[in-house]
Design a protein around this ligand. Sequence first.
Ligand code: C5P
Length: 243
Amino acid sequence: MNRRRKIYEGKAKILYEGPEPGTLVQHFKDDATAFNKQKHAQIEGKGVLNNRISEFIFQNLNAIGVPTHFIRRLNMREQLIREVEIIPLEVVVRNVAAGSLSKRLGMEEGVQLPRSIIEFYYKNDELGDPMVSEEHITAFGWASPQEIDDMMSLALRVNDFLVGLFLGVGIRLVDFKIELGRLYEGDMMRIVLADEISPDSCRLWDMKSGEKLDKDRFRRDMGGLVEAYQEVARRLGIMTGGE
Ligand code: C5P
């Protein structure tokens, strides 16, 4: 894979030039980072699990008509994706109070929110991805008002799907982060889901025990991250024992 031209290297993934124009190869690394890279570790097997879990979720979203960049998985660590222009925003959907919302508003973790809440964060490592409002987004030209509407409706469709998917396997979807991109096809442009959806980008709690099955195990030094991700994969019916 290193023969391919590297386009971009992020904290947990690398993007390579794809086999055809308009495509890229998304490679999942084993690196785990938190608190804007202040904490960093290699966790063997994480990339393979996230590749499989994200493939499963994106395939299912494609099947119900949610547009995504995902084409197909290539191997244990890589998937073929469509090249999109990433919108420089992280879109967080929350169903239950946790993490930075609990901290910011002094709300106990685990409290069900009155409705799903969408938040936007400006993607900028140097600034630590600050939360921004729709006013900032339109004033600084990161996205148009129409694109904000499209991002919000996509985020809510993804949330509806994921809440149901995880509920069916005894997991509470607390919150998650998505990234969106502009896909250009001829004169047409549409907003599609990009990046990944995995236990790195979601909070997933076992419904009965409350056990955390997500990246908070790393952020909070709880250990057992790979075992937790394997449990998520197992419950979703994804085999990860080899090709
Ligand atoms: O930290 P916070 O509570 O704002 O995170 C909300 C959700 O977004 C969590 O599921 C977390 O895993 C995800 N997130 C992410 N990448 C970030 C920030 C948050 O995947 N840079």
